[in-house]
Structure formats: structure tokens, C-alpha cells
Ligand binder design. Structure first.
Ligand SMILES: NC(=O)c1ccc[n+]([C@@H]2O[C@H](COP(=O)([O-])OP(=O)(O)OC[C@H]3O[C@@H](n4cnc5c(N)ncnc54)[C@H](OP(=O)(O)O)[C@@H]3O)[C@@H](O)[C@H]2O)c1
Length: 234
């Protein structure tokens, strides 16, 4: 797999993946123009300043750059990115359609398979809550794969793309709870945020509007959690 960008979120994701053995460091390429920072280098992944080198070696390519950089980062991998590569973007506020346009026409006329993920800051300590949405050509297998990757830094829930901006607004919320141990698949929590203490009926999700029933549906739970967390890190 490859990661374009070697900053905070790239480091958090790769640290989780490598430390949990989800991927082998030797199979990961990571790039940034000034050279990956020390924490990434210490993970033992392959590093370069050349985005195209990362793209050509990737079956899964994660864009972990600032939103205003994404267009030029996409330009830099054109011609190197394989049409079969699954593209993942964590760049806040950039839609899947925009990302697809930035990537341009894939070779062979195959549309890009794109998944957008919005982790939050506690992902850096494995306590994240990531919202994820699928592009129109992403497959169920792609969804499963990316879920497993981001479960290395916390919990993951699939949401509609329209809800990603809510996740973005809460990307710097505190951790949602203590880390879980055991298999990756067991790390998805179904604990509602700050449940009222009394009856079962009062355990409805505190999020307003269409998210009210989120506690009975994991698909919406992350977005409900993110919207329901008022506190922010300093
Ligand atoms: N940090 C979080 O908790 C968090 C949570 C959710 C989403 N995100 C999203 O993740 C993205 C990255 O955030 P961040 O906090 O990781 O930022 P960051 O620490 O500033 O890292 C950005 C990285 O992008 C690299 N870069 C800049 N231009 C590039 C280019 N043309 N090609 C390849 N790499 C390039 C930088 O390399 P140089 O140092 O060499 O310039 C740096 O390694 C943002 O879009 C943000 O919205 C972050």
C-alpha cells in the first residue's frame, strides 16, 4: 500500500497498521516533498519524495495531504497510478466526485474506486472514530478492506457522504473510550455516547434530528457520536 503525505494523520494510520501487524512495513510506501518525518521513518516503511513511486507500487493508495494540496498530489500520480488501485482520501471537505475529477480519466476507461475517510485526532493513539463513505464504484470488498485498515486506529462506521462534513467538524474531539484489545473485528464499539443513567428507553442516542435512532444502527452511530461531542481538545 502507499500513502501520499507523511504528516500527523499518515503517521497515526501507519503506526496503527504496522504496530498491529495489519500490514508489513516493508510493503508500505510513503512520500512527502521534504522527506517523511522521523516518526514515519522509525516505523520502517519505505520512504521517498516521489509521489509517483508510491503510486506505482500501491494497490491501495491513501491521500493524507491537506485539502488544498490534494489536486497537485493527484496530478503528481497521474500516469503512475494503476487503474486497479483503490484510492482512499482523508483530506477534509473534498468530495469523492471532486477527488475523481482531480485524478482524471483512468487508463482503460475503468472508473476510479474511491473511498473517503474522516478519522479524528484520537486516531493518533488508536482511539479514533472514523466515518467512511464509499464512492459509486467502490465494492463491498473495498469497504471491508478499508474498514479493517482504519480499525487499526479506532472504530469505523460507514455513513452517507452528506454526513462527512459533520464528521469533519468534530475531527478534533476527545477519545470515545478506552482501547479495546483482541482481534481487529472486535474493536467496533456499540456503546452510545454518554447514555442517560436510567431506563432502557432513555438510552436513545442524544443526537438530534435524523440521527435520533442511531443507537440501533451502527451505520449512523459514528456520525451521531461525532455530532454529540461538544468538547474539544486544547
Ligand atoms: N491530523 C488529524 O487528526 C486529521 C484528522 C482527520 C483528517 N485529517 C486530514 O488529513 C490531511 C492531512 O492532515 P495532517 O494533520 O496529517 O497534516 P500534516 O501533518 O501537515 O501533513 C501533511 C503532509 O502532506 C505532505 N505534503 C505536502 N505537499 C505534498 C505533496 N504535494 N505531495 C505529497 N505530500 C505532500 C507534507 O509533507 P511536507 O512536510 O514535506 O510538506 C506532510 O507530510 C488533511 O487533509 C486533514 O484534513 C487530519
Amino acid at each position: 500500500m502507499g500513502v501520499i503525505g507523511a504528516g500527523n494523520i499518515a503517521t497515526a494510520i501507519l503506526r496503527g497498521l504496522v504496530s498491529q501487524g495489519v500490514v508489513s512495513a516493508a510493503n508500505v510506501w510513503c512520500s512527502s516533498p521534504s522527506g517523511p518525518r522521523r516518526p514515519i521513518v522509525e516505523l520502517g516503511v519505505r520512504t521517498t519524495r516521489d509521489n509517483a513511486e508510491v503510486a506505482k507500487n500501491a494497490d491501495v493508495l491513501i491521500f493524507a495531504v491537506k485539502p488544498y494540496i490534494l489536486s497537485s498530489a493527484c496530478d503528481s500520480v497521474k500516469g503512475a497510478l494503476k487503474p486497479s488501485t483503490l484510492v482512499v482520501s482523508v483530506s477534509a471537505g473534498i468530495s469523492i466526485a471532486q477527488t475523481s475529477t482531480m485524478l482524471g480519466a483512468p487508463g482503460g476507461g475503468t472508473p476510479w474506486r474511491i473511498i473517503r475517510v474522516m478519522p479524528n485526532t484520537p486516531a493518533s493513539v488508536g482511539l479514533g472514530a472514523s466515518a467512511m463513505c464509499l464512492g459509486p464504484f467502490a465494492t463491498p470488498g473495498d469497504s471491508e478492506l478499508v474498514s479493517r485498515l482504519f480499525q487499526a486506529v479506532g472504530t469505523v462506521d460507514v455513513v452517507a457522504e452528506a454526513m462527512m462534513d459533520g464528521a469533519r467538524g468534530a475531527a478534533h474531539t476527545p477519545p470515545r473510550g478506552p482501547p479495546r484489545t483482541g482481534s481487529l473485528g472486535s474493536r467496533t464499539s456499540h456503546t452510545p455516547p454518554r447514555p442517560p443513567p436510567s431506563s432502557q428507553a432513555s438510552r436513545a442516542c442524544p443526537a438530534p434530528g435524523p440521527l435520533t435512532c442511531a443507537c440501533s444502527s451502527r451505520r449512523l452511530q459514528t456520525a451521531a457520536l461525532l455530532r454529540a461531542s461538544p468538547a474539544r481538545l486544547p
